[in-house]
Unconditional design. Structure first.
Length: 322
């Protein structure tokens, strides 16, 4: 057995993921049966039984989703903690990149969070409708979530099984630095153009959410999320570290930097996913999601202000920029 699987944090994480998987497997199985037999216009005992089971599945699913949201930052904490025992790793960047399963696993975790937020919102409108107007699409979405969850759980196991603590891994400087003069920024842009796109997209996203322009939100939010990742790693993050050569999305999650990465990435992904959910539901089922979009706009604004604050603070302290 791999030494990594004997780590107490990894054990707690994998047991928690397994429990969630079992709970959602029950929801998946019942959802399939319910979709086959569901007929809301019927007043039979069978339909009454299905409605009771549907409510039970909803309760189990919401509980599982709540734990799943907590497990994402815990997963980040676990891989960051493992950097102390893996040769060459200075933070979670080296650990997550230690094998071919880490980055796909992180991608599917983020995808699941978005799908869970979408399901919770759809479930809310389904209950609000009184006649289960969105019951069928909600259950199809739950089935899709379980399929992605199955893939993610398999990647979880493969990822931790494949980590060799004695095999040296690359540090964040090697992974995110500008090696041999290559440009790591998207579309081959320079840092000035990247920052210009960052500010423009922030304004577009905020206005589209406030003015409830759904199509613009659906297009601009993913673009803002993509550009923001590079802006944080290759510009704003250097002001958090106060070192122009330190470019890493993981080190800012550590105690030395007051865990600011959790706030920064949490508001970025949380605000983006909530805003995208509101825009998609408004466009697809014609529901007013004003409150959801306001929450998204606030979270994205917090992310923006925190990012800018570190640049301003550095300039105040040193009278210059990096």
């Amino acid at each position: 057995m791999s030494d990594i699987l004997l780590n107490i944090d990894v054990i707690i994480y994998l047991i928690s993921e397994f429990i969630i998987y079992i709970l959602l497997f029950v929801g998946f199985w019942v959802s399939i049966e319910t979709l086959i037999k569901w007929d809301y216009s019927s007043y039979t005992k069978e339909q009454y039984r299905l409605e009771k089971r549907a409510f039970l599945v909803m309760s189990i699913t919401l509980f599982a989703f709540f734990i799943k949201f907590l497990l994402l930052p815990y997963f980040v904490f676990v891989i960051d903690d493992l950097s102390d025992i893996i040769s060459g790793a200075m933070c979670g960047a080296g650990v997550i990149s230690s094998n071919n399963y880490g980055m796909p696993l992180l991608f599917f975790k983020l995808l699941l969070i978005f799908m869970l937020i979408l399901w919770i919102a759809l479930n809310y409108y389904d209950l609000e409708s009184k006649s289960y107007d969105y019951f069928i699409p909600k259950n199809y979405l739950l089935i899709a979530i379980f399929m992605i969850l199955s893939l993610e759980f398999g990647l979880d196991i493969l990822y931790f099984l494949s980590i060799n603590p004695n095999q040296p891994v690359s540090c964040c400087s090697a992974l995110f630095g500008q090696l041999e003069g290559s440009n790591p920024l998207p579309f081959g842009v320079n840092i000035e153009v990247l920052l210009g796109l960052f500010f423009i997209l922030f304004v577009v996203v905020e206005l589209s959410l406030i003015l409830e322009q759904n199509i613009i939100s659906i297009i601009s939010i993913p673009l803002f999320l993509y550009i923001s990742y590079f802006a944080i790693v290759y510009f704003f993050g250097t002001y958090i570290y106060e070192l122009p050569t330190h470019k890493c999305p993981f080190c800012m999650l550590q105690k030395e930097y007051h865990f600011i990465g959790y706030l920064l990435w949490g508001t970025l992904f949380g605000g983006s996913f909530i805003g995208l959910t509101g825009a998609i539901l408004s466009a697809s089922i014609s529901k007013k999601t004003t409150k959801t979009k306001k929450v998204s706009a606030i979270l994205i604004a917090i992310f923006f202000l925190v990012s800018i604050w570190y640049v301003v603070l550095f300039f105040i302290k040193n009278g210059t920029l990096l």
